[in-house]
Design a binder for this molecule. Structure first.
Ligand code: GLA
Ligand code: ZN
Length: 651
């Protein structure tokens, strides 16, 4: 396992570079990431390239055995470029060019920007192609789906529609444009969602497609960069650093064209009100591992208190720097790069803390980081080891976009049920894969397919086959609601899943912020919220029923035998206890081994290498926890990670 740091030579006096590199080498830092925002220093004037300063920095690291990840600096074109080629600046929803002065202003489709960015990448990659210290490339920085509304992007959008639908009539039909006399008679009439209408007034079919286009536009940009990098600098893996943002590109599509996934990981430094929320860190890591279903990198890892565009947050508590680094390894990361070596003394991010404070005196956080670096060296064998999982949860960007466009009821959001299911599996000490809905399901015993809202025929078929062949499938409310265009399917819910569920919905009730009681057959009382399907069982048996509301007594959770397999249907959005209770019995009946005795906030994961299995037990709580796990006595300090291999302690 490798530890790296994000470093900005262009922010510091040269005298510091050597000192920093010496300390890095002594501490066990194996790589640095450089240059993602440094275009103005690599091409200070159009066509004039200066890599000397970067060569010097790369050499300083290389001479100390520290590898370099170089980045294409395309998220921050220099101001001379925007001045000379104003169309390179993105256009906002109001139809006006956005104000420059921060970062990420570029239009990904502007020909001048693409020409100059292409030349920059070309120069940079040819310059560094022969340098063995360059171990990987990062494309741009934290790419988001392309929501630029310039003429060029509108043209691309129309071309994308034409390619998809061939005729305006076919598009009108797919969107149901007869509503409100919205039928187009030419491609030129199609406008992106400009203006100040509330989103809810816009046609959901049109909006889902616009989101698909915006995502694919970014993926095309990422693929274009990857192609230049590979051509000029063969043999060096290419990635981009991703994160959860407002306009996410479809990660599955984006990373298909890249060699490995990297993710920017900033776990919260203060305990959230809801302790369940602490499992979110594990959730994000499992989701990231599932994108390419292989080990991944953290390209930016929490190093200090966050700040700048937020009020400054608490510093990481003792144990967090090391513990969260190890947690990433436990969930499948092979390399963790910390953001950043030293807190910036200049620029907007001067309060987003690095490992070393402005004092330049390595302190408590740095000492913990140093401990992590030496431990990482003893874990070299874990590199590449897989997190083998019996249980998977399906994720889909189609659903992510569609639910964002039409939040179903007060408080409803797509990720919630996925997260609650993930917590329930995690509490039983199972490795859980969160994978794209189009993935092959073979090898899993249980597949949770929550909120299969926008229907994809291939996915529906795979779930049917998986259950028919003996798998366990968990379906939930809001499944089979929409066709592939995001229009409603006219049939009783869950429409295409009705045969699997062995039940159908006679009516539904979005109860929003209210709660409903759900009683399991064994008497356990749990609560649901937000949404209730009122169900009629056909072949399914009822394992829990509503115990309040006018539909009290009707089924809330059902189990159906489908082919050789079993299908569960959860008709409401449960509170966590509902999933905990249900999933334990699902796992037991599926015969999947699980751990007895994990206390809340303790995570157990395993990574399996060629001849070794590593077991990671992490206490993601700021209190000591002592417990018996399958009979073994374990005590963990706050944020402590215990790693064992075949019963031998490693940490
Ligand atoms: C993101 C960016 C970094 C930096 C950090 C912290 O992850 O990629 O450049 O801005 O946030 O603010
Ligand atoms: Zn544009």
């Amino acid at each position: 396992m490798r530890i790296g740091v994000d470093y900005y030579p262009e922010h510091w006096d040269k005298a510091l570079w050597q000192q920093d590199a010496d300390l890095m080498a002594k501490t066990g830092v194996k790589l640095v990431r450089l240059a993602e925002f440094a275009w103005c220093r690599m091409e200070p004037r159009e066509g004039e390239f200066t890599f000397d300063w970067l060569d010097e920095a790369v050499d300083i690291f290389a001479s100390r055995g520290i590898g370099v990840v170089l980045c294409t600096p395309t998220s921050c074109p220099p101001l001379w470029l925007y001045e000379k080629y104003p169309s390179a600046v993105q256009t906002g929803k109001d139809g006006r060019r956005i104000a420059t002065g921060i970062r990420g202003h570029r239009c990904m489709n502007d020909p001048d920007f693409l020409r100059l960015a292409g030349r920059m990448i070309d120069e940079m990659t040819r310059h560094y192609a022969g340098n063995p210290s360059i171990i990987a490339w990062q494309i741009d920085n934290e790419l988001e789906a392309n929501f630029c509304f310039c003429e060029r992007c509108i043209g691309k959008y129309r071309a994308w529609l034409k390619e998809k639908y061939s005729t305006v009539e076919a598009m009108n039909k797919a969107y149901g444009n007869v509503v409100w006399s919205g039928e187009y008679s030419s491609w030129e009439q199609v406008q992106p969602p400009f203006g100040s209408y509330p989103q809810a007034w816009l046609n959901p079919a049109f909006m889902l497609d616009f989101n698909r286009y915006a995502s694919q536009s970014t993926i095309a940009y990422s693929d274009w960069q990857a192609e230049i990098l590979r051509r000029n600098c063969p043999g060096r893996p290419v990635t981009t650093n991703t994160w959860f943002c407002e306009n996410m590109p479809d990660f599955y599509g984006m990373f298909k064209g890249l060699d490995f996934l990297s993710y920017d990981n900033y776990p919260t430094t203060s305990a959230p009100d809801d302790p369940e929320a602490l499992y979110t860190h594990a959730f994000h890591l499992d989701l990231m591992r599932g994108v390419k279903r292989q080990p991944f990198w953290i390209m930016e890892q929490l190093s200090g208190g966050m700040g700048c565009w937020l009020p400054m947050a608490r510093m990481p508590e003792p144990g967090m720097i090391k513990g969260y680094g190890l947690q990433a390894f436990a969930h499948g990361a092979d390399t963790v790069v910390f953001f950043r070596w030293r807190t910036a003394a200049i620029g907007a991010e001067m309060h987003w803390h690095g490992l070393i404070d402005h004092s330049n005196v390595p302190g408590r956080r740095f000492r913990e980081f140093a401990e992590l670096c030496s431990l990482a060296q003893s874990l070299e064998d874990v590199q590449g080891a897989a997190n083998k999982a019996d249980a998977a949860i399906l994720f889909s960007f189609e659903n992510e976009y569609a639910f964002k466009l039409q939040p179903q009821t007060h408080g409803y959001y797509y990720m919630e049920q996925i997260q609650r299911l993930h917590v329930a599996f995690t509490r039983l000490g199972l490795n859980v894969d969160i994978i794209g809905q189009h993935e092959d399901l073979s090898g899993y015993r249980i597949v949770a397919a929550p909120e299969m809202y926008v229907t994809d025929a291939g996915v529906v078929q795979r779930l049917h086959d998986f259950a028919a062949q003996g798998g366990t499938v968990i379906l939930t409310t809001r499944s089979g609601v929409k066709d592939e265009n995001n229009n409603c399917i006219v049939a009783p819910l869950p429409t295409v899943y009705r045969d699997m569920a062995g039940a159908y919905v006679t009516e539904y009730n979005p109860i929003g912020g209210d709660t409903v009681e759900v009683r399991f057959a064994d008497g356990t009382l749990c609560r649901g919220k937000q949404w209730c399907d009122v169900m009629q069982a056909e072949t399914a048996e009822v394992i829990a029923s509503y115990a309040s509301e006018y539909f009290a007594g009707s089924p809330a959770i059902l189990r159906n035998t489908y082919g050789q397999g079993t299908v569960y249907y959860i008709a409401t959005v449960g509170k966590q206890e509902l999933y905990d209770h249900l999933i334990r019995s699902v796992v037991e009946s599926a015969g999947v081994p699980f751990a007895e005795g994990l206390p809340p906030q303790v995570e157990l994961t395993t990574r399996t290498g060629k001849d070794t299995e590593y077991r990671f037990i992490f206490n993601n709580a700021n209190r000591y926890q002592r417990f018996r796990l399958n009979g073994e006595e374990i005590a963990l300090a706050p944020f402590e990670m215990k790693i064992t291999s075949h019963g031998k302690n490693i940490s």
